[in-house]
Design a protein around this ligand. Structure first.
Ligand code: SER
Length: 568
């Protein structure tokens, strides 16, 4: 069965159970300060779970583009090295917003896997939440009883809070979950070792494919759990893993989701997949990372030097490093993979084909830039090696750190290049400098925040500061933050004349005033696309109408392309 058919069957199945099929949200998150990228299908439905929004449909299903490369769910280092983690993956999901709960969620998951997709029940195992005394959470007896209708009791395993209590991040909707695992080993292996000892134990052939979450709680910023206004279902199935299970392949990369990309890399580099481990890892890294890079750019996140853009730049550079080092490729390669990628997704995300030239250009330019850096780094290493290597063939850690810090040259690459001449880096010194740098940046950014208090609906904030130094504004949300040991307040408005520059510069300070109070704005910052105003105290009446006054406007920079309006 082809992957496109597998995806379609999922959607058709849930449509037949009364679900509305909805589009994937963009992979880049614009209006949630707790997230950079969509890391789960439920992100776009967070406000429905929390009761802040009324659902248009009580049952929906979709395939969601997800990225797990930062924050709580981060798989980056495993990607390519193993055969079943990805930076970007599609999550097939069905949702109930205060409608059906465990009975139907479990019955339908079983029906789809065993009847529609024809997976053998003999290879399936499920887990249920065993409870957690420290949080006063009970054993999920209901889920266990529901599963007993479908699967032998000895295939229902218990899982702890780490595996069977799903949370979106440090705060937000959460609840106990029940996972479905599939055993893809050969019969001989299955006979030799009981799969139950391998579930949730990082075995590459005994893998989780579907997670059914029963949303009941909201995790607050102080760590406590409060009940949600209603109970919901949030399921997420790893599409690439499902394809592998149905197509009976030994690795996600052997499915028709990734194979066309790997074949293309073989063709472009003249190397074969499946012959040598290092080459294979590099090809998997490329086949995986090009998806993340391309979808992020498509959804509006260009590679850059900070925030979400930096994450994308690092992923792109990781891919370049792999082809440069292990596939002997010294010129751009990733951008040449994009037409094949777009073709594979033409049926479900046709927008990639439409923006092909733009994405290719961005990627190629990035590749060229980093390849130049790599080359410069190589030259620096060459001269440093001949002058400053001591008799024990040890190169100073400070030099390796400089390469890393200033040229983006990762330590493993430096090591690899030096290894040819039997030279080693003074690693303890390198690590000490790295640790010092990390601790400096931790100190600089240490910040903890309370929950947002929503004053009125809406996330968009119009920047009106090019035309005026004064504007009527309304507060849409606020929260307390601890920044560099100071207790401060963050305020978000519907529109603002304050210019979001960090560091309290002209243009981003002033005050807001209502009939009864005046509040000083000491800084304005942009964080994940929210324009945030820093104040020293909460307004007594946040719902009042305020007039904002900017202290003194920054001279308008006519050389840049800022449009007069920043909409989020
Ligand atoms: N939210 C759950 C997950 O991401 C199920 O969709 O695994």
């Amino acid at each position: 069965m082809s992957s496109n058919l597998i995806r379609q069957q999922f959607l058709d199945f849930f449509a037949s159970k009364g679900h509305q099929i909805v589009p994937s949200a963009p992979i880049v998150v614009k209006n949630d300060p707790t997230l950079m990228f969509t890391n789960a299908g439920m992100n776009q439905f967070k406000d429905l779970f929390l009761g802040n929004e009324v659902p248009k449909y009580k049952r929906v299903a979709d395939t969601q583009k997800c990225l797990r490369v930062s924050g709580k769910h981060n798989d980056l280092e495993e990607v390519g090295v193993d055969t079943y983690h990805h930076t970007m993956f599609e999550m097939l999901g069905n949702w109930s917003f205060g409608d059906y709960f465990k009975t139907e969620a479990i019955e339908w998951a079983w029906e789809l896997l065993t009847k529609v997709y024809g997976l053998s029940p003999d290879r399936l195992y499920v887990t249920v939440f065993e409870g957690d005394a420290s949080e006063n959470l009970a054993f999920d007896t209901d889920a266990k009883n529901e599963w007993k209708k479908w699967i032998a009791e000895d295939r229902i395993l218990l899982g702890n809070k780490k595996d069977n209590f799903w949370e979106m991040g440090d705060t937000g909707p959460c609840g106990p979950c029940s996972e479905i695992h599939v055993d893809l080993r050969t019969d001989a292996e299955r006979k030799a070792v009981d799969a139950r000892t391998l579930v949730n134990n990082d075995h590459p052939q005994v893998i989780e494919i579907w997670n059914l979450v029963f949303m009941e709680f909201n995790r607050k910023a102080d760590g406590s759990l409060e009940n949600l206004p209603a109970k919901h279902v949030d399921t997420g199935m790893g599409f690439e893993r499902l394809c592998r299970a149905i197509e009976g392949k030994a690795s996600n990369y052997d499915t028709d989701v990734f194979m066309p990309l790997i074949r293309l890399v073989e063709e472009k580099t003249g190397k074969a997949y499946g012959k040598e481990e290092k080459t294979d890892i590099a090809m998997r890294v490329l086949a995986d990372h090009i998806r993340t890079i391309s979808f992020a750019i498509l959804d509006g996140q260009l590679p850059s030097n900070n925030g979400a853009g930096y994450v994308i730049r690092r992923i792109l550079r990781r891919a370049v490093r792999y082809y440069f080092t292990f596939l002997d490729r010294k010129e751009p390669l990733l951008y040449e993979m994009i037409p094949t990628l777009a073709e594979g997704f033409a049926g479900i995300f046709p927008e990639m084909k439409a923006k092909l030239a733009f994405i290719e250009n961005v990627v190629r330019e990035e590749e060229l830039g980093f390849l130049r850096t790599l080359e410069n780094g190589l030259n620096l290493i060459k001269s440093e090696k001949s002058i400053h290597t001591n008799s024990e063939k040890i190169l100073a850690g400070s030099f390796a750190f400089k390469l890393y810090d200033e040229c983006g040259f990762p330590i493993d690459l430096t090591n690899l290049i030096l290894a040819d001449d039997g030279i080693q880096v003074d690693l303890p010194e390198f690590n000490r400098l790295l640790e010092e740098q990390k601790s400096r940046s931790r100190k600089a950014t240490t910040q903890s925040s309370g929950d947002w208090i929503i004053v009125r609906p809406g996330d968009a904030c119009e920047f009106v500061g090019y035309d005026t130094l004064e504007a009527e504004v309304q507060i849409t949300r606020m929260r307390s933050v601890k920044q560099k040991n100071k207790d401060l307040i963050q305020l978000v408005f519907d529109r603002t004349p304050f210019y979001a520059e960090s560091g309290g510069q002209v243009g981003d300070t002033g005050f807001i005033q209502s009939a009864n109070e005046k509040i000083r704005i000491i800084d304005t910052q942009k964080e994940n696309n929210l324009i945030i105003h820093i104040a020293e105290k909460f307004p007594e009446n946040p719902e009042a109408a305020f007039v904002a006054h900017v202290d003194q406007v920054k001279r308008r920079d006519t050389t840049n392309n800022h449009s007069a309006t920043h909409l989020m």
